[in-house]
Design a protein around this ligand. Structure first.
Ligand SMILES: [Zn+2]
Length: 273
């Protein structure tokens, strides 16, 4: 059994604000260590459950946060960034996936560093408001890959429950705001993540967790914070600006839908005023 562990940083144990997730910031080195701890726990759980090939994709920023020297040597680390879907590189060559250190979508209250790719937009996929966890779950689902486990704060857990109630969720911290959280110890988080990874694979083997898919065609709706951004995003062929700040694109499937979304982000530059 082949497993992909996609690891973001905002939902990692102990990560409470920006100082833990930005290269060069006060607590960044600590944040990397915390990230390695949560990821190693997932690797250990997957190994216990019989995984024989494990890829870990570093999904935060440029994908160069995890240090190979600090990871369980039985896993392969995918460092760096590759288009079009940098957060889930390798999802087309595994049987199952796990999302570690994920965060809630933009606009969630009491959620550590909530955002959806940027902090400048809200996204709906076929009418369902989406964050990175839902988006990446659908991309995996499109390739027949179920996401078995999610770890992050309590807001992420609540979000996941809406679209994937049978997947396992580990709450490693409780957010008290966008930049404050009460975290479990690394030891406690590791124990919970390891056990959940093991249980999740067992549940999948028993047929209890399936890939999540959305219907076709796929309607992508993006609401930007500023009308100028929507105007720029609507340059994308086929995209339509339906009101000053909102652009819609209808695509044949989710992969093309997310490509359209990523293209819109690239086109839309936030003006200074
Ligand atoms: Zn991130």
């Amino acid at each position: 059994m082949r497993v992909l562990i996609s690891a973001d940083m905002e939902g990692i144990s102990g990560v409470a604000n920006r100082s833990f997730v930005l290269d060069g910031a006060l607590n960044y080195e600590l944040g990397r260590t915390f990230m390695e701890s949560d990821v190693n726990a997932a690797i250990l759980g997957a190994l216990e459950a019989g995984a024989n090939e494990i890829y870990v994709t570093d999904a935060h920023n440029e994908g160069v946060n995890l240090r190979l020297t600090n990871l369980n040597p039985k896993a392969k680390l995918i460092s760096g960034s590759a288009r079009p879907f940098p957060m889930i590189i390798g999802h087309d060559r595994v049987d199952v996936a796990m999302f570690i250190g994920y965060h809630a979508r933009l606009g969630t209250s009491l959620a550590v560093l909530d955002h959806t790719y940027t902090s400048r937009l809200r996204l709906w996929i076929n009418g369902v408001e989406a964050g990175e966890s839902y988006m990446n779950t659908l991309l995996c689902g499109f390739n027949g890959v179920p996401v078995l486990l999610y770890s992050g704060d309590q807001a992420l857990a609540n979000e996941v429950k809406e679209f994937s109630p049978s997947a396992l969720r580990v709450v490693v911290k409780e957010a008290f705001g966008r930049s404050a959280a009460a975290s479990l110890s690394l030891e406690k988080s590791s124990l919970l993540i390891k056990e959940a990874a093991e249980d999740a694979i067992k549940a999948w083997q028993e047929g209890k967790i399936k890939p999540i898919v959305t219907s076709k065609p796929v309607e992508i709706k993006v609401e930007f914070i500023i009308s100028e951004m929507a105007e720029q995003a609507a340059v994308l062929p086929g995209a339509k600006q339906i009101d000053p700040r909102t652009v819609v694109s209808v695509q044949p499937d989710i992969e093309l839908g997310i490509r359209a979304f990523l293209s819109m982000i690239a086109l839309a530059k936030a003006p200074l005023f």
